[in-house]
Design a protein around this ligand. Sequence first.
Ligand code: HBI
Ligand code: FE
Length: 277
Amino acid sequence: MAGQTDHPLRGDYSQMRPDYTVEQDYSRYSAAEQDLWKRLYARQSALVPKYACDEFIDILSELNFGAGIPHFDEINAKLKPATGWTLVAVPGLLPDDVFFTHLANRRFPVSVWIRNPEEFDYIVEPDIFHDFFGHVPLLFNKVFADYLEAYGKGGVKAKGLNALDYLARLYWYTVEFGLIETPKGLRTYGAGILSSGGELPYCVESDKPNRIRFDLLRVMQSKYKIDTFQETYFVIDSFKQLFDATAPDFTPYYAELRNRPDIAANEIIAADRLIAR
Ligand code: HBI
Ligand code: FE
């Protein structure tokens, strides 16, 4: 879940450091919040085997953090040696440039607060369950971890090139709502889908959404909706495809994109390579 919200942000930004990081302060979590975590984890982990990519399934079972809200420093003790990434506690949504700078330095921002029970099925802003369940497992995957760092570095550069919107779309349609084609069929690696009870089966089972083969410039032309299930999903063949797509300098792409029209979230264009479900 990214970016724009029209309501005041939920988090407490009063104690943050200049880089927006805070202490996790584990004593803050009530028994009711620990119970909510267990219920969210149980719901999602029951759906994962049928709809998530194998890389996510394997790491999730290894990490096994269903018993309660994780201690970031315990996870960092495993994550740092695995891919050089660390989790940093943050009050909530960060300004784009702060967010990109953390990613560019292999630091993944994780919100410290958990949603309210009535938000069991849907929440607008990223809470600790979305950030942890949705994003953390694939930080242990070397190729995906390399892609996310390269993406962060691209984001820091894009700010100066007034291209943040294009990169926000790439983040949205890959890291948050991406699908991947596997020998077992279509699966997801997107954190926004993996942490959603409704969209996880929908992204693979429903006939409604468009499923289009990943094309970097097409994705950066594509607008998105933040408050509904996605009307379009982009499908990659491998995490290496993503990483290779970020290798070139994006500056000429931004120049090209400025001559191209934006594409609506539910629109199909002639050049699209559609994937039948
Ligand atoms: N901040 N904590 C947090 N989590 C996000 O997912 C996030 C963010 N700030 C900006 C953002 N996402 C998006 O704008 C992305 O497009 C980068
Ligand atoms: Fe997210």
